[in-house]
Design a protein around this ligand. Sequence first.
Ligand code: BES
Ligand code: MN
Ligand code: ZN
Length: 543
Amino acid sequence: MRRARSATPSTNTDRHTTQRKREFTTVTALTLSTSGAATLRADALVVGIAKGAGSKSADLVVASGAEAVDKAFDGKLATVLETLGASGAEGEVTKLPAPSGLKVPVVVAVGLGPVPAKDDAYDSEVLRRAAGSAARALKGSKKAGFALPTESVEDASAVAEGALLGAYAFTAYQGGENRLAPKGAKADARKLPLGEVILLGTKPRDKAFKAAAERAVAVAEEINRARDLINTPPNDLYPESFAAVASAAGKEHGIKVQVLDEKALVKGGYGGLLGVGQGSTHGPRLVKLSYTHPKAEKTLALVGKGITYDSGGISLKSPGHNETMKCDMSGAAAVFAAVVSAARLGLRVNVTGWLALAENMPSGDATRPGDVLHMYSGKTVEVLNTDAEGRLVLADALTRASEEKPDAIVDVATLTGAMVVALGNRTFGVMSNDDAFRTSIHEIAEEVGEASWPMPLPADLRRGMDSPTADIANMGEKMGGGLVAGLFLQEFVGEGIAWAHLDIAGPAFHEGAPYGYTPKGGTGSAVRTLVRLAERTAAGDLG
Ligand code: BES
Ligand code: MN
Ligand code: ZN
């Protein structure tokens, strides 16, 4: 699998467009434009509507950015929308024919929830989700103008991110784009992502706006690539093919990529990765991605769980629990996306990504419950349940990452069903050996619009993993299973290194109806948090 080369962003007098090709589908282009909504020729104009705060609580308020559109409706846009039944609720999308004064056929009104308190700007996440809902509603269209609030760089960033993430569609295995499809088969155009997002009323020649647009494009494209990897079926995405994608991306973005294949893993004594991968015909890999900046003062290590399919192994999962287990490499996909984003943004920090890749399958060669593995760290692990495989591959990668003495390590993993029970489907858990670091990560996640919650690592749960045979067992008490997994990982982190563990088992893969900028399937959970963490580390904001 290869990525097409990037087109250089083009700038003309009033526009700034960035367009690239993604692996499977055409990416959405982003254009900043000073021009107003009245003169734009496009397929649609997007406007925001909020619930009024006045005595008549049903009153709709047209959000800033859409003044020209409202004028084309003789100032009656809110009234028309109210008559159509719009309430301004978050996520609500109302399409209506445009009046003759506009050069687009359709206006798309998207709800922003309650109007913010006086002078208070809309919350970034509200704008991100609204732009995402609008972009989703515009699938199959070529070009749309976003007349949402974009006066501040922060608002413009949020709208850009939301639109580019909401436009995402995974169509690689549907009609025509699949290389196995009959010749001449055509992709269903209605399902293709919106082709171009035009942010109206922005300043394309202003440095801050340009930088924000470029950042939004880089991060959204890498999140969308992570989504592609997660959504790719496990018969096509296995450790070797994932490593090949990483190598190709490394070449494109000046990232050094080293791949340890099975032979190298045996030579190095990576018993965790080998033990998990030995049941599969597709052998395990450990991929190291190194992005370095000549003036970097800090090094951040990111470690991702990359189980390309988790059947449970000999402790086989039951039907109902294995259908979505192609998502078990979401941590590795997030780490990969974050390292590439850091490189594309040229951040002044070194970021090393470790992808712990293996397929967890049952076979005559598979690890048995009762087997003892000799880990890379030298510790022995009694495998009591082969379905607790993530911690085994991560343990080796954490030990290896620690050898290089980074300033901090963050691992990302779809690690436990217990974390989903604790926090639900939209929130990831944050555990750490350093309270301040855990708090920072929680706050950073909040800032970028990702839901997370700090979780403890209670020392008393360690006893449950005592093994009569080995140094530790890979399972402990059932209660608090997410924390038990965290305690296991902690044993493989080098002395004195600040470490955090993000259990994204809930939010990594979305099975319900799409909402905001979140599609069905792979979400790209944790990428925005990791990128902001890298930016903060570069700025010297953290310890
Ligand atoms: N990959 C699963 C965890 C998971 C569950 C991810 C649901 C996404 C959605 C992990 O490898 C696993 O099977 N964990 C076991 C651990 C147990 C055997 C100690 C679990 O959570 O049941
Ligand atoms: Mn498992
Ligand atoms: Zn797993």
